[in-house]
Design a protein around this ligand. Structure first.
Ligand code: 13P
Length: 249
């Protein structure tokens, strides 16, 4: 059965000292839910974060990686490098990477394959822009993103995949999709995988919602049957807020 997951995407925030401080505050929180907890610090702090959470119920994950095994890709980080410091999970396809770093579906499809080849778990992000939603094209856009990047995978590969639906218009804006909007899209996505693959793939796929999730709206969003967790930006930078969201399950 699919898992509940709450992951904090720290984005380009927190230097080493701030990372140490936030992790020690996170460790003081009490988890009362069954959700898996993940945090995604920036590359330079992954090793430190991994070492300092070794004994805790917190998984440290990466925000990105390159699709090549190694080679002349200045500034990039490979799956093998992440694995070598204990990182098992990587976020791929975040809308900020797509918008500011020109990540295409084609590149993402290669990244997903590379992560799976290294036995890593992927949190695959996707979501429509405001103009898509205003013109009623949100399902078409999401379907294209998913089919282009993921549908080369075999059914068995989906044990490595977690999906994160993040409507671009709800990220960092304070504007959240309503719980019904999230449920509607998540049900559409699950059905897509039911049609393309089978019931087992669809029913075991954790689909997270991301976009202005806060302590005061998490419970209602997480109460929806096809919402299996959250990918949290701003609110993951405060330990109490983050655990209020974790404990909203
Ligand atoms: P906010 O929670 O700050 O809207 O960010 C969401 C997000 O982009 C997580 O990946």
């Amino acid at each position: 059965m699919r898992k509940h997951i709450v992951a904090g995407n720290w984005k380009m925030n927190n230097d080493l000292i701030q990372t140490e401080t936030l992790i020690s505050e996170l460790k003081q929180q009490t988890k009362t839910s069954d959700a898996e907890v993940m945090i995604a610090p920036t590359f330079t702090n992954l090793w430190h974060a991994f070492e300092s959470t070794r004994l805790d119920d917190i998984e440290v994950v990466a925000q990105n990686m390159h699709f090549a095994e190694n080679g002349a890709y200045t500034g990039e980080v490979s799956a093998a490098m992440l694995k070598s410091i204990g990182i098992q999970t990587v976020i791929l396809g975040h809308s900020e990477r797509r918008a500011y770093f020109n990540e295409t579906d084609e590149a993402l499809s290669k990244k997903v394959s590379q992560a799976i080849a290294h036995d890593m778990r992927v949190i695959f992000c996707f979501g429509e822009e405001l103009s898509d939603r205003k013109s009623g094209r949100q399902e078409d856009v999401v379907k294209t993103q998913l089919v282009n990047a993921l549908c080369h995978l075999k059914a068995d590969d989906y044990k490595h995949i977690v999906l994160a639906y993040e409507p671009v218009w709800a990220i960092g804006t304070g504007e959240t999709a309503t719980p019904d909007q999230a449920q509607e899209m998540h049900a559409f996505i699950r059905n897509l995988f039911r049609e393309r693959y089978n019931d087992a793939v669809a029913d075991n796929l954790s689909i997270l919602y991301g976009g202005s999730v806060k302590p005061d709206n998490a419970k209602e969003i997480f109460s929806k049957p096809d919402v299996d967790g959250g990918l949290i930006g701003g609110a993951s930078l405060k330990a109490e807020d983050f655990y209020a969201i974790v404990n909203a399950f």
